[in-house]
Design a protein around this ligand. Structure first.
Ligand code: SF4
Length: 210
């Protein structure tokens, strides 16, 4: 089976399996998704979702993050990995969003990746989640692992994996493909001990015997 046909079949099955497949991060505004996305690097969405209700209750606007004493913001994030750097990036992003983008999270890859703490993967999450814009495919550890196991790429570098996936998936599906692979990676195709017997992709997966 060609890779284009394979990805289309995989998405069809995963959409049925995970009808609720959109981003698992909780947020109420564009800047709150940016904050949650920065916090989620090297952390789990479930843990971020435990921290953000208190955080979003205290910091209610972009300006609140920009004006907060850094030590206080760091303290409020201290249960998250790399909280010192993340707090700095959130505060500097808030300042840049206010000064350069009229307090709105920008809508292009170039503008987003100019913000501190926002690399291409996070920018893809924000563009797709906030604006329905597909500029690329967010490749996190789940997407990278599943794309490889499912035979959609032979690459290991996330930028090359992204290019491979973009070349075989219709553009309007890019955001959804990332979410679907992330859901399946979390629930069934774990890094250690993937649960092949529970997998809806078992019969078409080249890695079902690993
Ligand atoms: S069959 Fe196994 S390796 Fe393949 S996608 Fe399913 S869980 Fe992952």
């Amino acid at each position: 089976m060609g890779r284009k046909k394979a990805v289309s079949g995989i998405m069809l099955r995963l959409r049925k399996e995970y009808p609720e497949f959109r981003t698992a991060l909780h947020y109420r505004s564009d800047f709150e998704l940016l904050v949650a996305a920065i916090l989620s690097a090297q952390s789990t969405d479930a843990h971020v979702n435990k921290v953000t209700p208190g955080l979003f209750g205290k910091y209610r606007s972009v300006k609140d993050y920009a004006d907060a004493p850094l030590e206080e913001l760091q303290k409020d994030l201290s249960s998250i990995n790399f909280y010192r750097t993340k707090a700095k990036n959130i505060q500097n992003s808030a300042r840049a969003v206010i000064e350069q983008f009229h307090s709105r999270v920008p809508k292009s890859m170039a503008e987003l990746t100019s913000l501190p703490g926002i690399a291409r993967k996070t920018a893809n999450v924000l563009l797709s989640g906030l604006y329905g814009i597909n500029e690329g495919i967010a490749v996190d550890t789940h997407v990278k692992r599943l794309a490889y196991r499912l035979g959609l790429t032979r690459e290991e570098d996330p930028v090359k994996v992204e290019a491979d996936l973009m070349s075989i998936t219709p553009r309007e599906e890019w955001g959804d493909l990332s979410h679907l692979l992330i859901f399946h990676g979390r629930k069934v195709c774990h890094a250690k001990k993937p649960e092949h017997s529970k997998c809806v992709l078992y019969d078409i997966c080249p890695s079902r015997d690993i």
